[in-house]
Design a protein around this ligand. Structure first.
Ligand code: DHE
Length: 507
């Protein structure tokens, strides 16, 4: 029975039916799953309308929280409340079972990927002209986690143009075509979406994995590369229609397979660079044979494997895309890898858990420096990208997640993501390397992730709360100019900053 039909029944009848169902329903979790969950979460727990329910995909959800969701349902999703229908014992058995490995190894190969593809043909071939008057290069997309939506903001007026629903659990950077017309994103459940930003329409969707990390878009506009945790694959898609180009198994020479930490486009190299989580290797996958001269191999997307001393969980490119700065969760030091030479060239003095992918760079006293927040400790490390030495360590009021800046502002915004000061946003002066201001946009609520408009005039900060907001600051005076209510907003992506590779943000 659907949740909608339940609500049409009278309460006493509902309770009587629920009691009868509880008495009849078995406590065997597999049978419970078949009768109650399979229609949305799919056979073999691979996920369908609802997410996959496997230990590999549930790492971020505590069993107690999973139990709460089963009992109460999940607002703004199709997940109904089972608290009246199943007994506490049945719910406990079910929850404990979804945290055990599946008997059948979860598979998501070429056939499943191809079968999942949806092309919205009415939205294909629409005019190459924006349907709105706002500057298309100054649009900012805001991801709202609370009810799984994206808001498209006019970056000059700071007014929403459109708010639309996405598939659940969108994570990581949105990636744009170079003209800014198309935007691509991935959900943790493996769904990839292509959206036409000029016509404000979804063009196509495909499920490229069961548990996906992120995606990269090639700068020649031809390919998307999807990094998966489950299965252990990189998946290349045709950026035009999301059709499958190739599934690349991520396996080392000794046969050991690996999750992919992340994949990024290296524009000047004509290649994708992927870091692996379980094998100490970085892979370069060439999509432009002319530019990527040192990537030999057959097929349209040959792979070059660079061996390292340690796995990389997170990394950052230098401006020339010849070196990457990498960090491993279980190693006290970071490493600098020269991609051309194919080896580590320096260690980085980075303690704790630096979040390099969310760092920022700028010129300081004639040198290029890079700053990274730390997910474990209240410190920010600023590194000279010529000598690879730390030039300054700043103590902050707690662990941080994102550091963001823009060419046209002297400031870096660095959030305090957790702990008692999670409502603070530090403002660092790029000239003095000192914290010069603390913003507290909403006392008690986490403030996080800053993005600038294309001109660097406004800094947009997320209040990460279901009753949250997007707070717009004047980037020069640091005064609040506007506040738009939003539901758990997190990442924000300005078309200009992302397509022009602004030095203050990630790409
Ligand atoms: Fe993210 C980007 C990894 C948890 C919000 N995050 C990324 C990227 C990686 C990453 C590799 C770069 C992707 C890209 O740009 O293509 N994130 C991780 C983790 O390893 C970590 C710590 C744990 C995990 O389970 O994945 C993690 N991330 C989170 C969150 O808890 C956040 C705050 C909320 C969420 O979405 O789950 C979060 N991550 C973000 C955002 C970006 C991101 C908003 C894009 C930032 C940008 O400006 O590009």
């Amino acid at each position: 029975m659907t949740p909608q039909r339940w609500s049409a029944l009278s309460m006493p009848l509902l309770f009587a039916l629920a009691a009868a169902a509880q008495a009849q329903t078995p406590t065997d979790p597999e049978k419970l799953y078949e009768s109650q969950c399979l229609s949305c979460h799919a056979p073999n727990r691979l996920g369908g309308m609802g997410p996959a329910l496997l230990p590999e995909t549930l790492v971020r959800l505590k069993p107690a929280d999973a139990e709460k969701i089963v009992v109460e349902g999940l607002p703004a999703t199709q997940m109904p409340a089972f608290g009246q229908l199943l007994s506490p014992e049945q719910i406990a058995a079910l929850v404990s079972w979804i945290y055990t490995p599946s008997k059948l190894p979860p598979t998501w190969g070429a056939a499943e990927i191809a079968a999942s593809r949806i092309v919205y043909s009415a939205n294909v071939g629409l005019p190459a002209k924006p349907v709105f008057a706002a500057d298309p290069l100054n649009l900012t997309l805001v991801v709202e986690h609370g009810d799984h939506h994206i808001t498209v903001l006019d970056g000059d007026a700071m007014e929403p143009l459109l708010r639309f629903a996405t598939r659940p659990a969108l994570h990581g950077g949105l990636k744009f075509s170079r003209d800014g017309r198309f935007v691509y994103w991935a959900t943790r459940g493996g769904w990839i979406t292509k959206f036409d930003l000029w016509n404000l329409k979804v063009v196509a969707e495909v499920r490229a994995g069961i548990n996906t990390r992120n995606l990269a878009a090639s700068s020649d506009g031809r390919y998307l590369m999807v990094a998966n945790y489950l299965p252990h694959t990189l998946v290349a898609l045709d950026a035009r229609d999301l059709s499958l180009v190739e599934v690349i198994p991520v396996v080392a020479a000794n046969g050991k397979s690996s999750r992919v930490s992340a994949v990024y486009d290296a524009r000047p190299r004509g290649s994708f660079i992927a870091a692996l989580k379980d094998i100490p290797e970085v892979w370069e996958i060439a999509y432009d044979g002319k530019r990527a001269r040192n990537v030999p191999g057959p097929g349209p997307l040959p792979v070059r494997k660079i061996k390292l001393d340690a796995v990389l969980d997170d990394f950052f490119f230098d401006q020339g895309y010849t070196r990457i700065l990498g960090a491993s969760r279980d190693r006290p030091k970071g490493q600098v890898v020269d991609i051309d030479a194919g080896r580590k060239i320096a260690d980085l003095d980075l303690a704790g858990m630096p979040h390099l992918g969310s760092g920022t760079t700028w010129d300081w006293q004639g040198r290029r420096v890079m700053a990274s927040a730390n997910l474990q400790d209240g410190l920010i490390t600023i590194i000279d990208m010529g000598t690879w030495k730390t030039v300054k360590t700043l103590r902050t009021q707690g662990p941080g997640f994102f550091m963001r800046s823009h060419e046209n502002t002297p400031y870096v915004f660095a959030d305090v993501f957790s702990g008692p000061h999670k409502d603070l946003m530090h403002v660092i002066d790029k000239r003095s390397l000192e914290i010069v201001a603390d913003l507290r946009p909403e006392p008690g609520k986490t403030s996080t992730h800053t993005e600038f408009d294309r001109h660097g005039k406004y800094a947009l900060v997320s209040i990460w709360d279901r009753n949250g907001a997007l707070v717009v600051y004047d980037a020069a005076t640091l005064r609040e100019v506007k506040r738009l209510p939003m539901n758990l907003p997190v990442g924000k992506y300005n078309v200009w900053n992302k397509t022009r590779l602004s030095e203050g943000t990630s790409h």
